[in-house]
Design a protein around this ligand. Structure first.
Ligand code: NA7
Length: 538
């Protein structure tokens, strides 16, 4: 590396939704910026997740950037939700429209980043095609993705399986499934989407299910005539609503208490949000206490369980598909998920009753001795969320302290963007950011860190958050989640999906609106949580 390294003002790592916007904003400040990505092109999550049925479950009109108003009005979309290929095309379009590709470099993976105290710069080592000289940068902006490191469960006999084994986040191009005996492990957002998409075409489909999940209709379908014009006419108002909301999904956020409604009023309210579609609408629009009140949550659970009974004709399958725990994970929605279990060649195995014994060459053997013969096994087993994408990189801050050490008790970041001891390093969609629709969250966090960088440039200082401020933010996140029923279930939201990872509060549950108010305060207060140590002479 050394003298050959490329010197830039800012290195942005990741060319997904966050990295693209950060590159746009930072180049506009007149800084020299390079954006690298280990992938072969732009897209981040939407570059990697190419499995059949991959779709955003945010309404199309909000699954995009808010900052290009002309584009909001004109870029085409036809359905209530956008599928992965369309999202990728959209991101490519934004990059082309704003001429950002010239700052980008692909197939280039950051392997290490070390803060150079004397120089007041980051040394970044990279791997990629050929020997890479690396970078020296004043600012390091990590937009690595919070759901980016795939989780491969440790199942005995994994290597012995003679069929094809795929993870949804690394879907091989042209994988033929027609007529094949397909097994799938994982029934979260991804599993539900992929199963629903492939069920009609495969020879057989078996879902090896650990925890059943509550899912509601998405309402996917073409938008009716005049719909887009109506959205365009109200875009300013729609976004004003997003910034003033808690979850930023463009759905009404009710404050009504579930148990104050009569049973019939409750049924009608749930029926209405079920009819309209969208998981976040179901969880937040009918009533305001589904995630905090056990009785309210139970009413929602009963409603969905009854729907499962009504949809799934085989009582054995219905019993396995009906969740028994609370409705308190990231809400799911689907385009006919429970319905696929009415197909004779689609089945579900209850892993709580009959756990997987091992993978064998022919397929999966469960604890009851049954051999489920498979040609293809799909892992829809999710991600090592948050720290997974960071801990594979050797990031060393002041005095050689690693991010791994800093995050030994769980990942933390002040306002989700900065860590004490890691000067001039910023995160986008890092830990402890708002639990809300990602594009608005990503824009909000990027705006915050760009303001920090602008402040540093003006004052000629280094931005390093104090340890006390970072700890106080973490304590606030802990305090805000107290009482949430999300704490009662195991999922990636608290890092309880990966063996060996310590569970911790990984989101700020105060709402996007309160996060933005807080960021405004930081800005107005002159970023006092950051120590302004002066820059060494260059
Ligand atoms: P999720 O939501 O983490 O779901 C992973 C699924 O994989 C879930 O059903 C898990 O079951 C299952 N899983 C994971 N490991 C195992 C093992 N060892 N055995 C059996 N089953 C297992 O990931 P997704 O990709 O669906 O979604 C992640 C986010 O991406 C989503 O929330 C959206 O924001 C987009 P479990 O429930 O833990 O029993």
């Amino acid at each position: 590396m050394g003298s050959e390294a490329v010197t830039v003002d800012v290195l942005v790592v990741g060319a997904g939704v966050g990295g693209i916007y950060a590159t746009h904003r930072l180049t506009k400040l007149g800084l020299s910026v390079r954006c690298i990505d280990m992938a072969g092109d732009v897209g981040g999550t939407w570059y990697w997740n190419r499995y059949p049925g991959a779709m955003s479950d945010t309404e199309s009109y909000l699954y995009r950037y808010s900052w290009d108003k002309e584009d909001l009005q004109s870029y085409p979309w036809t359905h209530h939700y956008v599928y992965q290929p369309e999202i990728l095309r959209y991101l490519e379009h934004v990059v082309a429209k704003h001429d950002l590709r010239r700052y980008m470099q692909f197939n280039t993976e950051m392997t290490a980043a070390t803060w150079d105290e004397a120089l007041g710069r980051w040394h970044i080592e990279c791997a990629g095609a050929g020997r890479h000289p690396g970078f020296v940068a004043r600012y390091l902006v990590n937009s690595l993705g919070l759901l980016s490191a795939p989780n491969y469960p440790a199942i005995p006999g994994l290597e012995s399986f003679a069929g094809e084994l795929v993870h949804t986040a690394r879907w091989p191009e042209g994988l033929a499934l027609a007529g094949k005996r397909v097994g799938i492990i994982g029934n979260g957002s991804t599993g539900v989407q992929v199963m629903t998409a492939i069920a009609p075409a495969v020879g057989s489909l078996t879902s090896f299910q650990r925890h059943p999940q509550y899912s509601v209709p998405s309402g996917q379908g073409p938008v009716p005539g005049g719909y887009r014009a109506g959205i365009n006419a109200r875009y300013d108002e729609i976004y004003a609503g997003v910034w003033a909301s808690s979850v930023g999904f463009g759905v009404p956020e009710s404050t009504r208490k579930t148990m104050e409604a009569s049973p019939e009023e409750r049924r009608q309210a749930f029926e209405e949000v079920w009819r309209q579609g969208n998981g976040f609408r179901f969880m937040f629009s009918a009533f305001g206490d589904i995630t905090t009140d056990v009785a309210a949550n139970g009413a929602a659970c009963d409603f969905i369980r009854r729907k499962i009974d009504a949809i799934v004709q085989d009582p054995r399958k219905a019993a396995i598909l009906k969740p028994r725990d609370l409705y308190a994970r990231r809400p799911l929605c689907d385009s006919g998920y429970y319905q696929i279990f009415n197909l004779p060649h689609v089945d579900v195995v209850d892993l709580q009753a009959t756990p997987i014994d091992a993978l064998v060459p022919q397929g999966i053997r469960t604890a009851d001795g049954t051999l489920h013969e498979l040609d293809v096994l799909i892992f829809a087993t999710g991600f090592d969320a948050f720290e997974g994408s960071y801990l594979r990189i050797r990031i060393k801050g002041r005095q050689g302290r690693t991010l791994k050490d800093h995050w030994a008790a769980g990942p933390t970041a002040y306002g989700s963007i900065a860590c004490a001891g890691f000067p001039n390093m910023f995160l986008i969609a890092g830990p402890q950011g708002p639990f809300a629709n990602f594009p608005p969250v990503i824009e909000s966090e990027t705006n915050f860190l760009v303001d920090c960088i602008q402040h540093a440039e003006r004052k000629k200082t280094i931005m390093e958050v104090t340890s006390a401020a970072e700890k106080a933010w973490g304590a606030l996140c802990d305090q805000l989640v107290a009482g949430s029923l999300f704490l009662t279930t195991d999922s990636w939201v608290f890092g309880r999906n990966i063996e060996g990872r310590r569970a911790s509060t990984k989101f700020y549950f105060g709402g996007l609106n309160r996060y933005l108010e807080w960021v405004d305060g930081e800005r107005e207060g002159g970023f006092v949580a950051f120590n302004g140590s002066s820059l060494p002479d260059a």
